[in-house]
Design a protein around this ligand. Structure first.
Ligand SMILES: C[S@@+](CC[C@H](N)C(=O)[O-])C[C@H]1O[C@@H](n2cnc3c(N)ncnc32)[C@H](O)[C@@H]1O
Length: 252
């Protein structure tokens, strides 16, 4: 029988690993992700000022003492609008600086595991590092269970049936755009709810979907909350929150 540790595979010096750590519950890490968290020379992660960092918190049970960590702290997050020039300028300078720091460790032959909540290639900050480093260094991306997959599982709602189409929409879209897209789809996931909750709720109601919509906050985490969107009266939700609108396609 193959030993479970050997299924995690090997680690190479000088390689950047984008490690998908799943939606929140550490048990949803893949074997490869868990093995890398334990074996890379440096565990890197993004964090908001004053916070532990969500991806870092997810892997806490896997972190032995003495591991070398690299905290990449965002200069801004939701204090200013992501569309503003000030935000874009500060964030792109931050990714430039962070990728230079990572590059210098990779040149020294270190293996670096950059944690990414959910899947690294699905709205992940990791992608901004990947595009700066992937031409010069070996990079391996380890897929993760997405937040939306964790959320619809915990909410116990199959999301698409038969020929249902699924739209994944950022809650940052304008209200009219949200309504337009929602009218065209059978099922929907609305990400990045946070400060957009009031607008998202109005759009879902205008598209005639409020009775089917669920609000899921911190899905699979210890403090998870799941409730009908119709019961969410606040203008603001949690940052880690999404709306699920399950499809109603063919049941056999
Ligand atoms: C920057 S995106 C990162 C997505 C992540 N890479 C993934 O694969 O799900 C952050 C958004 O994902 C959603 N999200 C991710 N995980 C979640 C969870 N466990 N519960 C609720 N929402 C989650 C929220 O809408 C949040 O605003």
């Amino acid at each position: 029988m193959t030993n479970i540790d050997t299924l995690g595979g090997t680690v190479h010096g000088g390689t950047l690993y984008g490690i998908g750590v799943g939606p929140g519950d550490v048990r949803y890490l893949t074997l490869r992700a868990a093995a890398l968290v334990g074996a890379v020379d440096v565990v890197a992660f993004f964090a908001k000022q004053g916070m532990q960092g969500n991806a870092r918190r997810i892997v806490d049970p896997l972190m032995a003492s003495g591991r070398v960590e690299m905290r990449l702290e965002y200069p801004v997050t939701n204090e200013i609008p992501a569309e503003s020039a000030a935000y874009q300028c500060q964030i792109s300078a931050f990714y430039e600086k962070s990728s230079r720091e990572v590059a210098s460790l990779l040149r020294e032959g270190k293996s670096i595991g950059l944690l990414s909540e959910g899947d690294p290639f699905f709205y992940g900050s990791f992608m901004h590092m990947w595009r700066r480093l992937e031409t010069d260094f070996p990079v391996e991306v380890v897929p993760g269970v997405t937040g939306m997959s964790g959320c619809w599982t915990r909410a116990n709602v199959p999301i698409t049936w038969g020929n249902d189409t699924l739209a994944v929409l950022p809650g940052t879209l304008a209200e009219e755009q949200l309504i337009e897209r929602l009218r065209l789809t059978d099922a929907a996931v609305i990400m990045k709810v946070g400060r957009n909750l009031g607008k998202v709720r109005r759009a879902v109601e205008a598209a005639g979907l409020l009775s089917r919509a669920l609000y899921v906050e911190r899905g699979t985490m210890a403090d998870e909350r799941i409730l009908p969107l119709a019961d969410c009266r606040s203008e603001h939700g949690a940052y880690f929150a999404m709306i699920l609108i399950p499809g109603q396609g063919r049941r056999l």
